[in-house]
Design a protein around this ligand. Structure first.
Ligand SMILES: [Zn+2]
Length: 122
């Protein structure tokens, strides 16, 4: 078979992102879409943390890839994007989950509401 012209040769394999040890093993493209659909169906579009049924969920890695988790289906779960997946990600990164904001624009938290003389007690 004659050599393909340079413009038609397959691209060389992409280097993983410089600061990540996990990016090379991360699912991408159609494989990722298929996996996400599979997990959503398996979990019945039900958030595995709060139990809400939602189409606007996301596939979460129970053990984050950055902490040695794998792309295996057993390590994946369906979480609602807001607030469960976001808060889990914040917790995994050592932060504090943000409080939900009520319709009055103030955080919904019994502890904060009960606190006297604090920032919210105006
Ligand atoms: Zn949830």
């Amino acid at each position: 078979m004659p050599d393909l012209p340079p413009s038609h040769r397959p691209a060389p394999p992409r280097k993983p992102f410089g600061n990540s040890r996990t990016a090379a093993n991360r699912l991408t493209g159609r494989a990722l879409q298929r996996r996400n659909a599979r997990i959503a169906l398996r979990d019945g579009f039900t958030c595995q943390e709060c139990g809400r049924v939602t189409e606007s969920g996301e596939v979460d890695h129970r053990v984050p890839l950055a902490k040695g988790g794998t792309e295996d289906d057993l390590n994946c779960q369906w979480l609602c994007a807001e607030p469960c997946h976001r808060n889990k990600t914040i917790r995994e990164n050592g932060g504090k989950a943000r409080l939900a904001i009520g319709p009055d624009g103030f955080p919904v938290s019994a502890r904060i509401a009960a606190r006297k003389g604090g920032h919210w007690d105006r």
